[in-house]
Design a binder for this molecule. Sequence first.
Ligand code: NAD
Ligand code: WQD
Length: 294
Amino acid sequence: MAKQILLTGGAGYIGSNTALELLNAGYEVVIVDNFCNSDEKLDERLAGIPVYKADVTKYGELAEVFGKYDFHAVIHFAALKAVGVSVREPLEYYANNVGGLLTTLRLMQAHGVNRIVYSSSATVYDPAGPLPYTETSPVGNANSPYGQTKVICEQIIRDYTASNPGFTAHLLRYFNPIKGAVKEKPRGVPNNLYPYIQQVHEGLREKLTVNGNDYPTRDGTCVRDYIDCTKIAQSHIAPLEAETPGLYIKNIGTGNGTTVLELIRQYEQENNCVIPYEIGPRRAGDIPECYCAG
Ligand code: NAD
Ligand code: WQD
């Protein structure tokens, strides 16, 4: 019988791409989402997957789903992720992201589900730490409440894993996802660079504003580690099969740093188009460079 995998937040961008990869690999996928940042209508390639509208912070709602299946693992994507909003609404971010993880872990404990794959982020690394980031680089001093929720959630999982010898936890620290078989469909004005470029290409926005070109980088714009979301999706499969219980931490990036201007050029070449842009001021909270050792 196929292994049943619960994807919380599975209707979102990375969750949908992962669902597709898991189906291709022969897993049975179940999705829970409250659709606060996704459409109830999933990508057509995901038709047939059971999808439950439930809030992972609400024990009763999530308990109903746990009661119906015998999950081999949970992949916990569900979270709010807008860095800027988290600065204005920190309580909502802590309640949703930390509360949602706690409820999920409590239900896993109650049902004897002993494996979690957690969507962590490059944002957990101390921005003052040396580059490239490796899994042993210093963590903390996140520059937003959103980032801090990821630091706290990692610690909760670390503590729970230490208390439960049969438990397996994989913390996947994603760098900057782009592309993917299922495209990101952000609501409103995109916060992130890649979907903004896509919307300029599609004619939904007139031009891109590059947030500063006076950083100490090769062309003055910020450097990030952009990774294809299909690769991110595939990175969830090995953790579902790891045999030895314990805590595993992995960076999910390419090891290559790309500037904003380089990403625009790459997009233009790949799509045979021109992306109009202007140079604007720096964006508060941005660090000049962020990439992993690969
Ligand atoms: P997304 O917003 O597309 O997906 C998250 C999904 O979780 C959405 O469908 C949303 O409706 C759902 N959700 C949020 N709160 C919920 C709740 N209380 N109950 C049920 N569902 C809830 O975001 P994404 O880019 O797919 O990110 C997935 C995960 O990866 C998140 O944990 C995010 O923090 C993390 N991450 C994302 C990035 C990135 O740049 N996209 C980078 C690093 C880490
Ligand atoms: C990349 C570069 C912008 C938009 C964020 C989160 C991080 C992680 C990934 C979840 C920066 C510049 C952007 C625009 C621009 N998410 N930019 N014009 O900030 O590296 O990471 O998403 O964990 O936690 O902080 O990604 O795509 O927002 O920005 O010039 O319209 O593009 O200033 O230099 P970031 P991003």
